[in-house]
Write a new protein. Structure first.
Length: 123
């Protein structure tokens, strides 16, 4: 019972946070877009606490971290590192960040990877 209460309080806090709502909405848009264009199902990932495995699950060999922020350039290096750590946590070779393109549709979002991971992917 106590655990259920903590989960309910956490969900209430998350939904009352406008930034969290914006991020959740973007994650849902990315998952929906990928589902429309890929031959396999993807979805938003459940929270994994300290061993985060990315925001989108189901893309083979990839951990995807979604960011819907005003100024992504200041945090881009950290976001890419975060995605690469999530790839390790998930047990997949690649991690990428899906960054919202301000004022545009989800289809115009940017997918960012390190040059190292790009070379590994296209080899």
């Amino acid at each position: 019972m106590e655990r259920e209460k903590k989960v309910a309080v956490r969900k209430l806090k998350e939904m009352s946070n406008p930034s969290k709502q914006k991020g959740t909405r973007f994650e849902r848009q990315v998952a929906d877009y990928l589902n429309e264009h890929l031959p396999y199902p993807v979805d938003r990932s459940p929270l994994h606490g300290a061993l985060d495995k990315g925001d989108i699950s189901g893309v083979p060999d990839w951990a995807l971290e979604c960011k819907n922020v005003k100024n992504y350039s200041a945090g881009l290096a950290g976001y890419v590192r975060e995605a690469e750590v999530e790839a390790v946590n998930l047990g997949v070779p690649f991690g990428a960040v899906v960054v919202s393109a301000r004022g545009k549709g989800v289809e115009d979002s940017y997918v960012v990877v390190s040059l190292r991971q790009f070379v590994e992917q296209v080899r």
